[in-house]
Ligand binder design. Structure first.
Ligand SMILES: Nc1ncnc2c1ncn2[C@@H]1O[C@H](COP(=O)(O)OP(=O)(O)O)[C@@H](O)[C@H]1O
Ligand SMILES: [Mg+2]
Length: 318
């Protein structure tokens, strides 16, 4: 079986995607797949070895389509905008090619923290109270207590700030506005940070791996995510009731969004129960990333995990 792994992408998570794609490609090779790879540059050029030199994005995409045509399954290990947001799944849907992960709809909603909130609330989950501010209206935003400011659509904590004092609000909004025209200003949630991973296997059965706890003093920021200082506990130490309510919430949201492949649902566990923070429909996929570590705790090795994802790949219908 031939799998095309796509990495890189046109957003701030480019390097993270390169790491995910390299790890996925290696594991697929170990699993016996015939693997080819293509990188999307920061400028949107599909770097097809040897042939896309000097090509425009459109020309390079045409070359990459030949690779997509030859693949049995496409594995788009691209985080963030123009990847995880469903556009690569949409390309495969149009081409009638099986693709790993969520379809265009779930990808698009999951990449949008405001839309995710609306769907999650409608599905009975709690989320942080928040308001949406347009980048153009940053100057009019009023400070009414500590808040978290973040771009509606980004990742790896880029543009996310905790604002405790009025004097810091304007800079935080400007920083978030570098990543999106829409900015989310949220109440600060106090609780443990617990991530859940849900996989939909070939045949449609979906289940959640044991939860993982992130130990971060304050925001789980970009530096902590990638400098090796992040401390995780897998499985998180939870009561049966806590674990049950988190798992039910994660599965409910997976179903409400209609996710495929694997999705990571990030929660705060508060005294009043789970509060959803965000959904990642193409979460970090190096062997050391949260999702593979959660599945390892369920005795699903990294090679097995990527194999299951490829076997579950479908041509998206929506
Ligand atoms: N409303 C909030 N209250 C408290 N902490 C928050 C809140 N929103 C985000 N954070 C912190 O900031 C981190 C990054 O925010 P997140 O929304 O997950 O953005 P990203 O998509 O970049 O990971 C979270 O892991 C958490 O530590
Ligand atoms: Mg996050």
């Amino acid at each position: 079986m031939r799998v095309l792994v796509i990495g890189g992408g046109q957003n701030s998570e480019h390097d993270v995607s390169l790491a995910s794609a390299a790890a996925v490609a290696e594991a697929l090779g170990v699993g016996g797949y015939e693997v080819s790879t293509v990188t999307i540059s920061r400028a949107g050029i599909w770097e097809v070895a040897g042939v896309s030199e000097g090509a425009t994005a459109a020309e390079s995409l045409a070359l990459a389509m030949t690779m997509i045509t030859r693949a049995d399954v496409v594995f788009p290990a691209v985080h963030g905008a123009l990847g995880e947001d469903g556009v690569l799944a949409a390309l495969c849907a149009l081409a009638g090619v099986r693709v790993v992960g969520s379809g265009p709809r779930a990808g698009a909603i999951g990449m949008d923290k405001w839309m995710t909130k609306l769907v999650a609330e409608a599905a009975g989950l709690r989320t942080a109270r928040g308001r949406l501010i347009g980048a153009a209206d940053c100057g009019d935003a009023e400070f009414d207590g500590a808040v978290v400011v973040k771009p509606v659509s980004a990742g790896s904590s880029y543009g996310v700030s905790l604002v405790r004092e009025e004097a810091d609000l304007a800079a935080a909004l400007r920083e978030a506005a570098r990543f999106d025209r829409r900015i989310l200003v949220e109440e600060v949630v106090h609780g443990r940070e617990i991530d859940l991973a849900v996989i939909r296997e070939a045949g449609g059965v979906r289940w959640a791996a044991p939860p993982l706890e992130i130990h971060a003093a304050g925001l789980f920021d970009t530096a902590m995510k990638y400098d090796g200082s992040a401390r995780f506990t897998v499985p998180a130490q939870l009561s049966i009731a806590e674990s049950g309510s988190l798992t039910r919430a994660a599965l409910a949201l997976f179903d409400a969004l209609g996710c495929g492949g694997v999705a990571r649902m990030d929660f705060f566990l508060t005294d009043e129960g789970p509060v959803l923070n965000e959904v990642n429909t193409m979460p970090g996929l190096t062997a050391a990333s949260q999702v593979p570590r959660m599945f390892a705790a369920a005795d699903v090795s990294y090679v097995d995990l990527v194999d299951r994802l490829v076997r579950a790949a479908e041509v998206p219908e929506r």
